[in-house]
Design a protein around this ligand. Structure first.
Ligand code: BGC
Length: 260
């Protein structure tokens, strides 16, 4: 079981979160009072093709293996409005326009809430992670294959901000500044930090956040690039890392914020 040290004492309330990614579908029960996983995390490979129907079967398998029947939160790397997925990043294009919430409800028998992956991770960071206890505007960015963003004001999520797609100097920001771009262009930490500086400076000028939180796998190596940035806004690495999506999805499904 994992979770932030010194978290609140649990009253036993449980939720369940599933994180759908380009390569894996991960799920676990979550202690809703502490943000800790309440059981072993299960990971199955994302099926090929990664259509909604095929992925829903994998989600149902994971949920079924726990005998879970309660509210279920599911993240997707996509814009989600009213239960419908509207875009698709690193998953099959059949997700565009899919009634994802209805499909997953039918497949699992659970009351399903589908949310954007960065929104779930960001919400978890504000509730139980690096931005815990922060008031005002928190802007969480996940640096991975793309750049995901979550905007949270006084603990309330503004969904689907998609600021990884800000156009900067004629480029889609994530194409220049994601972790995948660092790999693709074989950038040193310094060269990548120059791109990040430009990106976060632009976000800062547009949103004036009180805090930036940087998530995604590369946040494990935050000491290599965060100290190179010169910003007015404090910027800190995510605390929940791998588990943030699962935890945030479970919290949002349990009605932790606007259940849309
Ligand atoms: C997508 C977002 C997603 C992010 C991280 C972006 O390319 O547009 O919806 O949150 O990648 O997966």
């Amino acid at each position: 079981m994992t979770g932030p040290a010194g978290a609140a004492r649990s009253t036993g309330a449980r939720g369940f979160g599933i994180d759908i990614g380009g390569s894996g579908v991960k799920g676990a029960p979550v202690d809703l009072d502490t943000g800790a996983l309440a059981g072993e995390r299960v990971r199955l490979p994302t099926p090929t093709p990664s259509t909604p129907e095929e992925v829903a079967k994998v989600v149902a398998e994971i949920v079924g293996s726990f005998g879970w029947t309660g509210p279920l939160g599911v993240t997707v790397p996509a814009v989600v409005t009213h239960g419908m997925t509207r875009t698709a990043a690193n998953i099959d294009h059949a997700w565009i326009g899919a009634e994802a919430e209805v499909l997953l409800r039918e497949m699992t028998g659970c009351d399903v809430t589908v949310v954007n992956d960065a929104d779930a991770a960001g919400y978890a960071e504000v509730q139980f992670g690096a931005a815990r206890g922060h008031h005002g505007l928190v802007l969480v960015t996940t640096l991975g294959t793309g750049i995901g963003t979550a905007l949270i004001y006084d603990g309330r999520l503004v969904p689907n901000t998609e600021l990884g797609h800000l156009e900067i100097d004629g480029h889609d920001a994530e194409h220049r500044a994601s972790d995948a771009a660092r790999d693709r262009d074989d950038l040193s930490w310094e060269r990548w930090a120059t791109r990040l500086q430009h990106y976060y400076r632009t976000l800062e000028k547009l949103f004036w956040p009180d805090l930036f939180v940087v998530g995604g796998g590369v946040s494990k190596k935050a000491d290599k690039f965060l100290p190179l940035l010169e910003l007015q806004t404090p910027i800190v690495p995510a605390a929940l890392r791998n588990e943030a999506g699962i935890v945030g999805a479970a919290l949002l499904a349990a009605g932790g914020d606007s259940k849309r």
